[in-house]
Design a protein around this ligand. Structure first.
Ligand SMILES: *[C@@H]1O[C@H](CO)[C@@H](O)[C@H](O)[C@H]1NC(C)=O
Ligand SMILES: *[C@@H]1O[C@H](CO)[C@@H](O)[C@H](O)[C@H]1NC(C)=O
Ligand SMILES: *[C@@H]1O[C@H](CO)[C@@H](O)[C@H](O)[C@H]1NC(C)=O
Ligand SMILES: *[C@@H]1O[C@H](CO)[C@@H](O)[C@H](O)[C@H]1NC(C)=O
Length: 160
């Protein structure tokens, strides 16, 4: 094998590995509540229905820290009752990529199944500031590229 060819093959192999690694590492930063963020008056059940979350994604809670908090609750009953026993306070900000006056918390999701989050301030949870997120097994599917115009029309054998 010529030296050139060896190099070319090695480069190709490296590119394939890189591509595979990039695909495998596909993870989204999912802002909870979309552009509305974490607050009152947001339809979280609808948001959760429309925004699937996959293992490997990172949930991103954005909120004004003097007004709201983020707690992880242990189960659906505690979410329904807004019972904060055995909950975990996740309100310590660790993503500073937010607008002034807001804080951001990144919560990586590493296991499939439902996760429960709510604001523990005053009656906010009972007012609907809570969300059940059913984390789907990863990896997040990569969107297929849009078919080229006309693709599929001229797929049959021509002139047959
Ligand atoms: C959580 O509890 C609510 C209220 O009881 C119920 O409607 C819902 O189906 C439950 N969700 C799950 C995932 O069990
Ligand atoms: C909190 O944890 C304790 C100990 O595991 C358990 O007995 C109790 O039922 C839990 N409470 C709730 C609301 O989950
Ligand atoms: C950010 O904070 C959340 C909530 O406490 C935690 O789950 C996560 O591991 C933290 N991330 C980093 C990079 O510290
Ligand atoms: C939750 O954590 C935040 C940020 O560290 C803190 O300001 C708040 O007082 C905590 N809330 C409770 C009820 O511990």
């Amino acid at each position: 094998m010529a030296r050139e060819e060896v190099l070319q093959r090695a480069l190709l192999a490296a590119l394939i590995c890189l591509g595979a690694a990039t695909l495998g590492a596909r993870a989204d930063l999912v802002q909870v509540g979309g552009s509305s963020g974490w607050g009152l008056g947001i339809n979280y059940p609808l948001w959760a229905e429309q925004n699937p979350v996959y293992v490997g994604d990172v949930l991103f809670f954005v909120f004004p820290p003097a007004i709201h908090t983020v707690f992880a609750l242990p189960n659906n009953q505690s979410l329904t009752a807004c019972d904060f026993s055995n909950s975990t306070n996740l309100s310590q900000p660790n993503n500073s990529n937010v607008a002034p006056g807001l804080v951001g918390v990144n919560v990586p999701v590493s296991a499939p199944g439902p996760d429960y989050y709510a604001c523990e301030v005053d009656g906010h949870c009972l007012d609907g500031m809570k969300v059940a997120i059913n984390v789907l097994p990863g990896p997040r599917p990569v969107l297929a590229p849009a078919p080229a115009p006309g693709a599929g029309i001229a797929a049959g054998p021509s002139g047959a």
